[in-house]
Design a protein around this ligand. Structure first.
Ligand code: PMP
Length: 396
């Protein structure tokens, strides 16, 4: 087929840069690019036992078709988990998805016509842009601040713009690591009520806080049905399971479920049942605590290396959870150029330059560094190599 025959959406989705995140292992020695969890922490043996138990002794027909809502015992588990965190929802409000990523696609599919407006954080999650762009919206970019997106600017823009939804990663944002303050969460909900838009709350890092106090989810603060929230087992169990969940009002959820029917019929029953079995037979809280401890150490190694090697003129965020740290360079630095021309080919180190994390691709002096998947030694060595390459750039 000739490319001119492709749907117009292909133009918007073909240049997201998402394919650069998982490097070819032959070319790269150290990668801070993809948001890959530390694979030493996957509970492989426990999951193997659960899969075996479900397949050999399960009574809920794990190899059969089921309905799209998802496995009832797993929805019940999630309902109780959310209740313990202050979010009260019914079982009819929970849908199991193939990762949070599917939730992003389904919500965009539900709400967006071509040229509808979506407000996004700037910078934002690259996979959010990839999912939404297929529906060809126009983006309103709201700059990120250390305590979350600039809600005052959003409020100003809402007086002259109608948006379908606002997309936010409120906890340990991908890519900055920033957390939205309680005051901003409340203000955002008030704005959603006043201007009638949905808040799409994408919260895969919520359980990976290793310092500071948990804040209530937007879903917990809202009593008016304006929030659709997404969760995921990818970062707290394993991304290969492709298992996440979506929470919305029953009306919205019914529509979303019909769209899911058309996409994939259902989230694999065997995965849902095996994960439920894992949750029943293991101490999941203790598992999180191990992850939190591990990622704190990774963050500390990266902060220490940056403090030691980073040339003047650069700053970096100090996240209290999650996977990512945000590097901010002087305005005249182009980190994408430096990565492609020097750091990747010569030093064999990878990170995500900021360019692809803005819809307008207009910010080139920042980068997302993931500390989650690399070893302590790789973090120290990789940061040293990056910083050595940054220094001459300051002379421009
Ligand atoms: N949202 C955010 C903010 C993410 O960082 C990721 C994974 N990198 C996803 C969604 C997708 O996660 P999942 O594996 O659950 O599809």
């Amino acid at each position: 087929m000739m490319t001119k025959e492709f749907a117009t959406r292909i133009q918007a989705t073909s240049q997201t840069g998402i394919e650069d995140l998982i490097p070819d292992p032959d070319d790269v020695t150290i990668s801070f690019a993809g948001g890959l969890p530390d694979e030493h922490l996957f509970p492989q043996a426990e999951l193997a036992t659960s899969f075996q138990r479900v397949l050999l002794k399960g009574t809920d027909n794990p190899l059969q078709y089921h309905n799209a809502k998802g496995y009832l015992p797993l929805r019940t588990y999630l309902q109780q988990m959310m209740a313990a965190e202050g979010t009260t929802v019914t079982l009819e409000q929970i849908l199991l998805t193939q990762g949070a990523q599917q939730g992003l696609d389904l919500v965009a599919k539900l709400l967006l016509n071509k040229h509808d407006k979506v407000a996004i954080e700037a910078p934002t999650y690259i996979g959010g842009l990839a999912a939404f762009s297929a529906y060809e919206p126009d983006y309103l970019e709201i700059p990120m601040q250390a305590d979350g997106l600039d809600v005052d600017l959003l409020e100003q823009l809402l007086t002259t713009n109608t948006i379908k939804f606002l997309y936010t990663v409120p906890n340990f944002q991908n890519p900055t690591g920033f957390v939205m303050s309680l005051a901003k969460r409340k203000k955002l909900i008030a704005l959603a009520k006043k201007y009638h838009f949905i808040i799409l709350e994408d919260d895969p890092y919520r359980h990976l806080r290793f310092a500071g106090e948990d804040l209530p989810a937007l879903q917990a603060l809202d009593n008016s049905g304006h929030v659709i929230s997404l969760g995921s087992f990818s970062k707290i169990l394993a991304p290969g399971l492709r298992l996440g969940w979506l929470v919305a009002t029953p009306d919205l959820l019914t529509e979303i479920r019909l769209l899911k029917d058309g996409s994939d019929l259902e989230t694999p029953a065997i995965i849902q049942q095996a994960v439920t079995d894992y949750l029943v037979h293991n101490d999941f809280q203790a598992h999180w605590q191990k992850l939190q401890q591990d990622y704190r150490e990774h963050r500390d190694w990266m902060s220490a290396a940056l403090t030691k090697y980073l040339p003047s003129g650069y700053q970096f965020s100090h996240p209290e959870g999650g996977f990512f740290l945000w590097l901010m360079g002087p305005n005249n630095v182009n980190l994408e150029h430096l990565l492609r021309e020097k750091i990747a080919p010569e030093n064999h180190v990878l990170f995500v330059p900021s360019t692809n994390l803005y819809a307008r691709k207009n910010v080139c002096n920042c980068a997302r560094l993931s500390y989650a998947g690399a070893t302590h030694e790789q973090i120290d060595r990789g940061i040293q190599l990056i910083c050595a390459a940054l220094t001459p750039e300051l002379e421009f």
